[in-house]
Unconditional design. Sequence first.
Lengths: 230, 243
Amino acid sequence: MFSNLDFDVIRRSLGFLFLDGMTFTLTLTGLAALGGLIFGTMIALMRLSSYRLLGRIAGLYVDFMRSLPLVLVIFWFYFLVPYIGQWLTGSSRPIRVGAFASSLITFIMFEAAYFSEIMRAGIQSISKGQPAAASALGLTYAQSMRYVVLPQAFRNMLPVLLTQTIVLFQDTSLVYVLSIPDFLGAASTVAQRDGRLVEMYLFAALVYFTISCFASFGVRRLQARIAIVR
Amino acid sequence: MNYHWNWHIFFEPNPTGAGTYLDMLLSGLALTIKTALLAWIIALIVGSVIGVLRTLPSKIASWIGFAYVEFFRNMPLLVQLFLWFFVLPELLPRAAGLWLKQLPNAPFWTTAIGVGLFMAARVAVQLAAGIASLPRGQKMAATALGLTTLQTYRYVLLPMAFRIIMPPLTSEFLNTIKNTAVAITIGLIELTGEARAMQEFSFQVFEAFTAATVMYLLINIVVVIGMRFLERSVAIPGYITGK
C-alpha cells in the first residue's frame, strides 16, 4: 500500500515547508491571537459598559461575526481591505494590500468576536467586591480595569484563551483559499508540483496533529498549575 | 469608494445559462443546507456513540472515545477533508480507490462525512459532559431497578443528558453549517462557492458576498428560533429551563 510512495519528497522540501510555510502560519497565529485579544477585550468592555448603545453595537458585531463561516469572512476582507485602505488614506484608487496583512486583519477581526466572549466571561467571573474596592480606593474606571479586574480575568481565562489560540492555529490553514503560502499552502504547492499529494498531505496532517496535541497537553498542565484554590 | 454598485446583478442571467445569478446563489444555499443536514446526522450518531464510550467504566471503551476525540480535534478541518478526498483513495486497494474516485458527487459525500466525523468529536465531548453532569443517583437507581447498562443509557441517562446539552448542541449545529463552507477547497460549490463564482463571473464582489452573508444570517436565525422551540418542548420539569 505504501510501495509506490516517495517520502523523500518531504525531506527535500523541509526548508520550504518550515522556513517559509510554518513561519508564516506561526507568525499569523501569534499576531492574530495578540490582536484578537486586545480588540476582543475592548469589545468585551463595550458589551459590559453602562452605555446601552455601546453594548448593543458590540453585541451585534459578535453575533454577526459568529454567524458567518470563516471562509466567507476571509473572502470579504480580502476584497474589502483595499477599499478601506483607500478610504483611510484618501488615495484615488484601492490600495494594494499584501497577503499577510490581509489575512492578519481578517483573523484579528474574526477572532476578536470569539476572544471577546471569553474575556466577557472572565470579567463577569470577578466578584463585585473587587471593582467596588477599587473605586473605594479612588481608582478611576480605567485604573480599576487595568490594575484590578483585567489581570484577574486574564489569569482565570488563560487556559481557555490558549485553547482558542490552538483553534486559531488550525483555522489559519484556511488562508489556503487565497493561495497564500502558509504551512498547508506550502505543502500543497510541493504536492502539486511533484505529484505527491498523499505524502505531503499525510505529513501536513501529522505536523498539525503533533503541534496541536503538544499545545493542548501544555494547556492542560498549565490549567492544573495556575488553578486558584478558593 | 469608486466601486461600481449594481444591485440589479442578481436578476441578470448567469453565464451557465440556467437562470439568474440569484438562482445560482439559491442553489448554493440549498446545497449548503443539504450538506449540513447530512453532516449533522452523521455527527449526532457517531458523536453519541463516542460520547457514551467516554463515560463507560471500561478502560478500552473510554480510551477509544479519548483517541477519537483527540484525533479529530487536533487537525484542521481543511486537512481532514484533504485526507478523505485526496489521500484515502490512494491508500485503499486499487479497485476500491478507483470506485471512490469515480463516485458521482464525490465532493458532496466527502464533505458530509468529513464534516460529520469532525463535528462528532465535539458532540461527543458535549454529550460526555452532559452525562457526567447528571447526579450519580440516577445511574445507581437504574442499576438498583435491574436495568442493564444498555437500558440505563437508553431509558435514563441519554434522555436526560441530551436535553441538558440542547443549548451547546444548537451552537454545534450552527458550526456544522458554517464548516461546510470549507468544502470550497475540494470543489463543492455551496453557498460560499457560488458567491465566489458569481464574483468571478460578474466582478460584483460586494453584492455577491452581501447576498451570501444575508443568507447565512437567515439560516442562523431560523436554526436558533427552531431550536428554542425544541428546547422548550423537551425541557425537563423541575430544571431551570423546565416549566
